[in-house]
Design a protein around this ligand. Structure first.
Ligand SMILES: O=C(O)CCC(=O)C(=O)O
Ligand SMILES: [Fe+2]
Length: 279
């Protein structure tokens, strides 16, 4: 009885999946099957999971955040040199509704080429975009919203942070906000985006998430956003559509949809993808 009460009161957590022990993975091995089932269950029930992977040297991780801090410490006019017509690519900041938030999307920089090189094998139709984000420390300790609730529009997002928590994911089962406490310094958060949800015709969950912080420490996060290449049409394969899973979205060009998302109507919409091409 006592333990049942304790379990009921325990804060909700997103699933933790450990990729460290099994690297490099052998396809169709027992470990492969077990990880595949864990990932499948996590993306169906939560739309996200914490991926722990200890294969990255600690000095690389600290060097990345040192460079990210230097990047955001640059004068505003320098940061504004990296702008883009595509929403959320290039420099984003100085928004009156999010005064403590800045981000820098890196498209054609050397960093991206390195990222692309190592991910091409995994996502041959993909075009990963890399974005680094800064959430400045607040003067008061009150909870302050740093990013409004939203779903990601891409296929998959992989996030890493500098040890300062803030990401919250809305639980599919009961709508409660789950605070993502990275349980290890070698953890990443993997989130399903709307385009994977559309491509798999609703078989995975694309979770609403936000960033809220009360700590008076600056948070840095790194995001790898896996998006389809320009001109790629996201279309659910026939085998994803049946009586129990009627087609949810008409085929759409990802970049054209993303441009719609960046318009006033797209940003205001509670569900931009449904509004753009819902059946
Ligand atoms: O900084 C984070 O942890 C999340 C950022 C995010 O949700 C986004 O950029 O879409
Ligand atoms: Fe997001």
């Amino acid at each position: 009885m006592g333990s049942e009460t304790a379990a009921a009161a325990a804060p909700l957590k997103i699933p933790l999946i450990d990729f460290s022990e099994t690297a490099p993975l052998k396809q169709d091995s027992l470990e492969w099957d077990s990880l595949r089932s864990q990932v499948r269950e996590a993306v169906e029930e939560y739309g996200c999971f914490e991926a722990s992977f200890d294969g990255i040297p600690a000095d690389s991780l600290s060097a990345v955040f040192k460079s990210v801090k230097e990047l955001f410490d640059l004068p505003l006019e320098t940061k504004l040199k990296n702008t883009s017509k595509i929403p959320l690519h290039g420099y984003v900041g100085q928004w009156p509704s999010l005064p403590l938030y800045e981000s820098m999307g890196i498209e054609d920089a050397d960093v991206l080429q390195k990222v692309e090189g190592s991910t091409k094998a995994l996502w041959s139709n993909g075009n990963p975009a890399f974005r680094v984000m800064e959430y400045k420390a607040a003067r008061s300790c009150d909870e302050v919203r740093r990013i409004h609730p939203h779903t990601d529009k891409d296929m998959i997002t992989i996030l890493y942070q500098n040890g300062v928590d803030g990401l919250e994911v809305k639980n599919k089962a009961d709508g409660q906000w789950i605070k993502c406490q990275f349980s290890r310094t070698t953890s990443f958060i993997v989130l399903v985006g709307d385009s994977l949800y559309a491509w798999l015709n609703g078989r995975v969950h694309s979770p609403v998430h936000r960033v809220t912080m009360s700590r008076s420490e600056t948070r840095y996060s790194l995001g790898l956003f896996v998006v389809p290449k320009a001109g790629y049409v996201v279309k659910a394969p026939d085998e994803m559509v049946d009586e129990q899973h009627p087609l949810l979205f008409k085929p759409y060009d990802f970049v054209e949809f993303f441009m719609f998302y960046g318009t006033e109507a797209g940003l205001k919409s509670a569900n931009a993808l449904r509004e753009y091409c819902g059946v």
